[in-house]
Design a protein around this ligand. Structure first.
Ligand code: PMP
Length: 441
């Protein structure tokens, strides 16, 4: 009997034994093509020599020293590198161990910034429905996924949610993308006005929505309009790039493609590429300086923040992404995967939408393509896709979002950036088998 407390007490997963490029290998020797990088984590596959060597070299120097006493070369170099690559205006890096920690730090930094600048009445957070920002209580409260929130609702801080930018279901017939983006920005501004604009501290959103919607980018212009509303009312824009950042969408930061600069940005997953657990919160010089000139102390912290071994791994990952040109391959490889998906599923009766950016792609599965009718949740289509794909030797990330109060189904694809042409074909073939198994077509 296993003494592990698993994610799901009814499911005993196979044991992982090895990795080889884009493949995971279980203890029975079965190979799985990692079509989702776990959950958009493993951007370099599972056997990147340079990253592994960097970790080993750091372990031979010093594995860990507490940031209450020391900084380290890898942490300093990682922060320098991130800031050199980040959108203009982001000037400081706060290193943590994962995505939820990065989002928590962002929320607390926003709050402290307003205290230090004499606006303690600013306490409200506005985020979007059908969003996910992490599982710790602050991050969970920020997210707008009803199913995840429900059991913990009495424990969650008060937050406010507006509509997501979800063109497939939100854009009205005859409405242009511009008009849709502006309508949503107006909805956000109305929410601000309802709460009292000077009581709101931040708007939180993912540039490309991952887990809850399945790789849904905003329409062009949406984030610019949101940024304008934030600026008009002195509200901070926090972008959660935990899943979509670090090259996944074709640019190192997804928001580069939306032409906006956040005040705070959370990154994680692809930063450590799965080789080490690490996340980071990047913030503007204005925020940092307000605290430096005020209390001089960000009232937050975790034991493992700035962990030197994790930082050494992330630094090597960034080197692979930028110096070795791997991130530059994401756009063309993403186009290739998308074309293969369009080719295979473009007319599929149960694939309603194929969307995303770079190697961050999603398929929405529907009962009826014409009317975009979701499957009956009782059919558990996304769980069946996941199981059938896994049996066929493909790891993909099917999830049920919440559509009009119902659970809908989508499959998220976020393969390693090294996915080659044959592997692209293998992914699409295996996904086809899984979708047929789950939908009957
Ligand atoms: N934000 C987003 C957008 C995420 O996708 C996730 C993880 N799926 C998180 C935050 C939380 O990250 P972690 O699981 O590393 O705590």
């Amino acid at each position: 009997m296993s003494h592990i407390f698993p994610r799901h007490t009814l499911i005993q997963p196979p044991r992982i034994a090895g990795g080889d490029g884009v493949y995971l290998i279980d203890a029975d020797g079965k190979r799985y093509l990692d079509g989702s990088g776990g959950a958009a984590v493993s951007c370099l596959g599972h056997s990147d020599r340079k990253v592994l060597d960097a970790i080993k070299a750091q372990l031979d120097r010093i594995a860990f020293a507490h940031t209450g006493f020391f900084t380290s070369d890898p942490a300093e170099e990682l922060a320098d590198r991130l800031i050199a690559l980040a959108p203009e205006g982001l000037e400081r890096v706060y290193l943590v161990s994962g995505g939820s920690e990065a989002v928590e730090a962002a929320l607390k930094l926003a709050r402290q910034y307003f205290i230090e600048t004499g606006q303690p009445q600013r306490r409200h957070v506005i985020a979007r429905q059908q969003s996910y920002h992490g599982n710790t209580l602050g991050a969970l409260a920020t997210g707008g996924n009803r199913w995840r929130r429900a059991p913990f609702a009495p424990l969650l801080m008060e937050t406010h949610h507006v509509s997501p930018c979800y063109a497939y279901r939100g854009q009205q017939p005859g409405e242009t993308a511009d008009a849709y983006g502006l309508r949503l920005a107006r909805e956000f501004e109305s929410k601000l006005e309802e709460l009292g604009p000077d009581t709101v501290m931040a708007f939180v959103a993912e540039p490309v929505v991952g887990a809850t919607l399945g790789a849904v980018p905003a329409v062009p212009g949406y984030f610019k309009a949101i940024r304008e509303v934030c600026d008009r009312h002195g509200v901070l824009l926090i972008l959660d790039e935990v899943m979509c950042g670090m090259g996944r969408t074709g640019t190192l930061f997804a928001c580069e493609q939306d032409g906006v600069r956040p005040d705070i940005c959370a990154i994680a997953k692809g930063l450590g590429a799965g080789y080490q657990p690490i996340g980071a919160m990047l913030c503007s010089g204005t925020i940092y300086e307000a605290i430096a000139a005020g209390s001089g102390f960000f009232q937050h912290g975790h034991t493992y923040m700035g962990h030197p071994t994790a930082c050494a791994a992330a630094l090597a990952v960034l080197g692979r992404l930028t110096d070795d040109g791997i991130a530059a391959d994401v756009a063309p490889r993403g186009d290739r995967l998308r074309a293969a998906l369009e080719d295979r599923f473009g007319q599929h009766p149960h694939v309603g939408d194929i969307r995303g950016r770079g190697l961050f792609l999603g398929l929405e599965l529907v009962a009826d393509r014409e009317n975009r009718t979701p499957f009956d949740p009782a059919r558990k289509v996304n769980a069946r896709v996941k199981r059938a794909a896994f049996e066929a030797g493909l790891v993909c990330y099917p999830m049920g979002g919440t559509i009009d109060g119902q659970r809908g189904d989508h499959v998220l694809l976020a393969p390693p950036f090294i996915l080659d042409e044959d592997q692209t074909g293998e992914l699409v073939d295996k996904l086809g088998v899984a979708i047929r198994e789950a939908t009957g077509a």
